[in-house]
Design a protein. Structure first.
Length: 159
């Protein structure tokens, strides 16, 4: 991931509710798996392994935030566990093991979570974060987003 992507994800995570956070995790996992496949084709094994480990770490985060309160959740968990197994096998064998198939499953689940995120009206998970303003400044062909440095002096963790 580039520094710009990390900054963008950081800003989006700070403003996201639960469903939006799941969507962000899907984007990161899918991007990492696609990067791993690309790096394998380039024969860059260090980057391949790094991307697979990154995908595994974010998949574990997605697994940890899943609730097992329905049959659909159990089915989704079985897909997560399959993808996790294939990522692990890719690391062990140092080649993509069913990663294109895993991408298909992940993209299909991501589409489902888009629908869920559209109906989720919960507020952001994080409180006391910096306020993000869009459109105050702009450059040629892009819109800058900036944070108010003086917005809330009591921002952050509270006891």
């Amino acid at each position: 991931m580039t520094k710009e992507q990390i900054s963008s994800y950081t800003m989006r995570i700070s403003q996201a509710n639960t469903a939006q956070l799941a969507l962000i995790l899907y984007e990161i996992i899918i991007g990492s798996v696609e990067d791993a496949l690309f790096n394998f084709e380039k024969n860059d094994m260090d980057s391949f392994e790094h991307d697979v480990v990154q995908a595994q770490n974010f998949l574990q985060e997605l697994i940890s935030m899943s609730r097992m309160d329905s049959k659909t959740a159990a089915d989704t968990m079985s897909i997560y566990l399959f993808v996790d197994h294939e990522l692990l096998m890719s690391l062990v064998k140092k080649q993509p093991v069913n990663l294109t198939e895993c991408l298909g499953y992940l993209k299909s689940l991501q589409k489902s979570f888009v629908t869920i995120a559209e109906t989720d009206t919960d507020g952001p998970l994080m409180e006391n974060t910096q306020q993000v303003y869009a459109g105050l400044t702009y450059g040629k062909g892009y819109l800058n987003e900036s944070m108010d440095p003086m917005g809330n002096p009591n921002r952050g963790f509270q006891a």
